[in-house]
Design a protein around this ligand. Structure first.
Ligand SMILES: [Ca+2]
Ligand SMILES: [Ca+2]
Length: 190
């Protein structure tokens, strides 16, 4: 049965699911119905961080223009331009066995494309979630529905995977920022 996490909640994936190798990360969101006519494009991105919380090089920043990490561990599937539908809007696949040993943390961020130009923020988004499923069985392992009310935020860290001894642990984050994607690149590639 899938485990529901609240903000800040953690789950030790390796301990609870020892056989897990291919993890699917599904991220979803919907527009508030009253603004559904508007062009509103959310993008999921992944930062693979070393012990210094920096990406080893720019290729460890996986997003719509760099769909695979250089260690072959992560592949980003699809760029939903609308968020239509209740299932995953964007998804990422991870082969946990192939993550570079230099990588200590895998951070999942969702940003609003052209938020400044379009004057958009997460106040108009509802039903946001991140979930993890086992790709080999298609069974959902955990889900974090972002219950928090966001308003001015234009970027949200949905969650992260991090190493703890020999295990991978997931933490639900739900941390909002008034940032563009470039601000995250600046922060994690300084
Ligand atoms: Ca998108
Ligand atoms: Ca959706």
């Amino acid at each position: 049965m899938s485990i529901d996490l609240d903000r800040g909640g953690i789950l030790n994936l390796t301990r609870e699911f020892p056989g897990l190798r291919y993890a699917g990360i599904g991220l979803g969101w919907d527009l508030n119905p009253d603004r559904a006519e508007e062009a509103f494009d959310l993008d999921a991105s992944v930062f693979m961080l070393g012990a210094d919380r920096q990406i080893p090089n720019e290729l460890f920043f996986v997003f719509y223009n760099n769909l695979k990490s250089p260690d072959g561990a992560i592949e980003h599937f699809g760029d939903s331009r609308t968020g239509e539908g209740s299932g995953d809007d964007e998804s990422i696949e991870i082969d946990l066995s192939r993550v570079s040993p230099d990588i200590e943390e895998i951070l999942f961020v969702v940003t609003i494309h052209d938020s400044e130009v379009r004057n958009q923020n997460f106040g108009r988004i509802q039903n946001a979630f991140i979930r993890i499923y086992d790709i080999s069985t298609n069974i959902e392992i955990l889900r974090y529905n972002l219950q928090e009310q966001f308003s001015q935020e234009t970027a949200i860290e949905f969650g992260k995977l991090y190493r703890q001894s020999d295990a991978w642990v997931f933490q639900a984050l739900g941390c909002g920022y008034s940032d563009r994607l470039q601000s995250f690149v600046d922060r994690y590639a300084s």
